[in-house]
Write a protein that binds this ligand. Structure first.
Ligand SMILES: *[C@@H]1O[C@H](CO)[C@@H](O)[C@H](O)[C@H]1NC(C)=O
Ligand SMILES: *[C@@H]1O[C@H](CO)[C@@H](O)[C@H](O)[C@H]1NC(C)=O
Length: 518
């Protein structure tokens, strides 16, 4: 069930609208701190690869050739354990009650340093009719970007990965005009953890980021993990794991000690620590740092502390199966306890009760058809998949509700519609062989709607060749979403009502955000 490459959750794109570079095929742009020369792509766009946005390059004399993909930041795999190491008080969930029947843990991935670019924006720039400039940024991931705890606060930077992103957005404000872009028309986009990052920027600085860094935000399968205060038990426990495994535990200045650890060793420690998390969850992620991130996302949304932006969201039919292991059989209470290690024991039963209705024959049939690939572990699979709606799907509705009627909701349903399956429709090279459904009208409609939103602030730009019905905004009074699906041989794109039962479960998760930590 593991995705072969979770890389697509890493990069975070920025679409800066407008006007292509008219001009020389190998233009040189002077950023003040360095000069970069771009080069033409096969599609006739101009690429600038590997531009440094923080420290200038060391050799600043002359012109830097921006023709090579930089290395990719080391990343962490998701947790592989049958239980959460951070759940201490759960009497229900002892290892003996876990049926580990045939539960196989894949070895931690060694190939985290995949070279080359993950996303190639040539296609979307073409689809934008040269009305968009795409900026793909790299930021520190895993341990390098999200190690937290008191010592990091004292001597380093909490949420370093988010600060990198913010810095890159400031870079766009300062420099995008030199590439022909308009800093007043910036769209941020991210998928999975990247979508979660967009959520972080929406609530950053208590919703008062000044000056504004973007006008539009697109969230694809946004991930809202439990987000603790930096000095709470779990972030501190992760910090302890890391310093223990790097022999920095007894150092006087542990963070300084970590900075001196060989990067290869640090990456191995990162992989090892990441793997102790509960299966399918991420050990390293944003924390509440008290300054840039003042509250966990759902709480900030409830208080409407949101930076003003137009918002478009997309979730997929099956967000969960890539992150669950059907060999791991847990009942709903146990699963919730592991997924949310701070969820009180006394609340587990009522949480699980929201899922008993899923046993109806109709729903089973729907799930079997839509999601279940094998009979083995069917029930656990169904349940796990549905619980994961708590991490991916429901936070999107929380966001939409908190926006009043400023957001759009899309539902990507082209089978298999698993987490990330939508991305290949606008970044075709992210998937070997490109998107499975190669219908040009479908691509023009789906990718075109996202692009039109970025360029015109509305997905309804009446793009040539698009099949999009007028896409209404989502509001509590008018819960409409655009389903992007296919029949055997043609696109099937229509407006449907958000599923009432799912809305109900999502509302429940909203009321217990203080327990989940989201
Ligand atoms: C765990 O079990 C012990 C003994 O049975 C009990 O005293 C305690 O309250 C339980 N803890 C929780 C958090 O349920
Ligand atoms: C999408 O189409 C597939 C195949 O026709 C169907 O099984 C599925 O239920 C559809 N999904 C939605 C959300 O309409």
């Amino acid at each position: 069930m593991l995705a072969s490459k979770p890389l697509q959750m890493l990069l975070f794109g920025i679409l800066g609208a407008i006007s292509a570079l008219a001009a020389p095929t190998k233009p040189v742009v002077n950023l003040g701190y360095a000069q970069y020369q771009g080069f033409p792509t096969a599609q006739g766009n101009i690429d600038f690869l590997g531009i440094r946005y923080a420290a200038p390059p060391t050799a600043v004399d002359g012109i830097q050739l921006a023709d090579k993909q930089p290395n990719i930041c080391p990343q962490a795999w998701f947790g592989l354990s049958p239980s959460s190491p951070w759940r201490t008080s759960a009497n229900k969930t002892t290892s003996s009650s876990l049926a580990k029947r045939g539960f196989e843990v894949p070895p931690p991935s060694e190939d985290c340093f995949a070279p080359g670019g993950v996303y190639d924006a040539d296609e979307i720039v073409k689809l934008s009719n040269d009305n968009a400039i795409v900026v793909l940024i790299q930021y520190r991931l895993g341990l390098h970007g999200f190690l937290a705890g008191k010592e990091v606060k004292k001597d380093g930077a909490l949420n370093a990965g988010l600060l990198d992103q913010q810095f890159a957005l400031q870079w766009v404000q300062k420099h995008i005009s030199k590439f022909g872009g308009d800093p007043g028309r910036v769209t941020i986009w991210g998928q999975s953890a990247g979508g979660g990052a967009v959520l972080q920027h929406l609530i950053a600085n208590g919703g008062q980021t000044k000056p504004a860094l973007f006008q539009n935000a697109i969230l694809s399968s946004a991930y809202a993990a439990p987000q603790y205060r930096y000095d709470e038990r779990i972030p501190e426990a992760v910090f302890s794991e890391v310093v223990t495994r790097t022999s920095c535990a007894s150092a006087r200045n542990k963070l300084q000690c970590l900075r001196n650890v060989d990067s290869k060793v640090l990456s191995e420690v990162q992989a090892a620590v990441a793997s102790i998390g509960f299966y399918g969850t991420f050990v390293f992620g944003p924390v509440v740092d008290g300054t840039v991130i003042q509250d966990a996302p759902l709480r900030a949304l409830h208080q409407k502390k949101i930076n003003k932006a137009n918002v478009l969201t997309v979730t997929n039919s099956d967000e969960g199966s890539l992150f669950t292991n059907s060999d791991l059989v847990l009942d709903s209470e146990d699963y919730i306890a592991q997924l949310f290690p701070t969820f009180p024991n006394g609340q587990l039963k009522s949480a699980a009760a929201h899922y008993t209705g899923l046993g109806s024959k109709t729903e089973q049939a729907t799930l079997i058809m839509g999601e279940c690939k094998g009979a083995f572990g069917f029930w656990s699979h169904v349940r796990l998949t549905y619980h994961l709606t708590a991490l991916y799907v429901c936070p999107t509705y929380t966001l939409l509700r908190s926006l009043g009627n400023r957001g759009y909701k899309g539902h990507f349903a082209v089978p298999p519609a698993t987490h990330g399956a939508d991305v290949a429709y606008y970044f075709p090279s992210s998937l070997e062989g490109g998107p499975p459904f190669k219908d040009p009208q479908f691509i023009a409609t789906f990718a075109g709607a996202l692009l039109d939103f970025a360029v015109t602030q509305s997905p309804n730009a009446a793009r040539q060749g698009s099949l999009l019905p007028a896409w209404p905004r989502w509001s509590e009074a008018n819960r409409k979403e655009m389903v992007f699906n296919r029949t055997d041989d043609s696109p099937a794109i229509s407006i449907v009502d958000s599923l009432p039962a799912l809305q109900e479960r999502c509302r429940y998760w909203d009321t217990v955000a203080q327990f989940t930590g989201q």
